[in-house]
Design a protein around this ligand. Structure first.
Ligand code: MG
Length: 309
């Protein structure tokens, strides 16, 4: 094992946004609020609570203002929200979010499908959001999708990824989350991308957003850990299926990630029992089992089992 693996790992919970936006069932605002409150009690230091995109785009998250206004704020938790443009940011600022998350894709066709703009047309829109958010004293995180492969174009050139990362950091984003949107990345590819990318952005914070569509997410986390990456996005229970394949898993599950990290002796600061309570809550509200391994084991009454060390 390499010695530069950090002992402290930040797990960023994206379930209330990235999970719920991909679910068919629309939860009432008060249930979302209760869930986020339960997540705030687990020791998580970061929760992406909703999205301020136009309500017509993502109907399950059209109550962003109510959710942001209704949650209990823990001082040690950063409450972030996705914002697509200046108008979304204005709503998010009024709702008192701590951090704004902007997003774009590394591949032209995914960017166009997702935000209806070319990559070049996207930069000025994001620049305006970043400048305003920063002037309001907020931090900004950027999601870059399709870094490891695009559903329409296949492989994405690393040079293209690096150029976009350059532009985003130059814009002033505080953290960049690299997304494996279709869950196609493999550990060697992660190693190759990070070997080129990390030295170039020594002063920038890099996070990874893996999807478990093909069961490779935790292997990819291991690959990134060996590069000293300390921040990973995940969704409790693996909430939020893959939008491209019915029944396939999407987001890496927070509970599976935390289990692996803690088993490895790394510190997430997260209480797994409280995480389980939060997962029980959302599973019951959605009325369906969540796909994480931890949830599956829980069904077999083995959820808490660990081998003695
Ligand atoms: Mg995701």
């Amino acid at each position: 094992m390499r010695s530069d693996i950090s002992k402290r790992i930040n797990v960023k919970e994206v379930g209330p946004r990235d999970g719920l936006q991909n679910e068919k069932i629309i939860l009432p605002s008060d249930e979302k609020i209760q869930w986020i409150n339960a997540l705030s009690n687990t020791g998580l230091s970061y929760i992406e609570i909703t999205s301020f995109v136009h309500p017509d785009w993502i109907p399950p998250l059209s109550d962003a203002q109510d959710v942001a206004a209704g949650i209990e704020r823990h001082p040690e938790v950063t409450y972030a929200a996705l914002v697509p443009n200046q108008r979304g940011l204005e709503r998010a600022l009024m709702a008192g979010i701590d951090e704004a998350s902007i997003f774009m894709s590394a591949s032209e066709s995914h960017n166009r499908k997702n935000i209806n703009k070319t990559i070049e047309e996207t930069f000025p829109v994001l620049q305006e959001v970043v400048s305003t958010a920063k002037s309001e004293g907020k931090t900004v995180r950027a999601y870059l999708s399709t870094v490891f492969g695009c559903p329409y174009e296949g492989p994405v050139a690393l040079e293209k990824v690096l150029n976009i990362c350059d532009r985003l950091f130059t814009m002033g984003v505080d953290e960049l989350s690299l997304g494996d949107t279709i869950g196609i990345a493999n550990p060697l590819q992660v190693d190759e991308v990070l070997t080129k990318l990390l030295p170039r952005f020594k002063d920038g914070k890099i996070a990874l957003h893996f999807h478990n569509t093909r069961g490779m997410a935790l292997a990819n986390v291991w690959s990134a850990l060996q590069h000293g990456v300390t921040t990973f996005d995940a969704s409790l229970g693996g909430l939020g299926g893959c939008p491209y394949a019915k029944g396939a898993s999407g987001n890496l599950a927070t509970d599976d990630l935390v289990f692996m990290l803690e088993e490895m002796g790394l510190d997430t600061g997260i209480d797994e029992n409280k995480l389980r309570t939060a997962a029980d809550f959302i599973e019951e509200r959605l009325g369906k089992p969540l796909p994480s391994h931890q949830r599956q084991l829980q069904k077999l009454n083995q959820g808490g089992a660990r081998f003695a060390k």
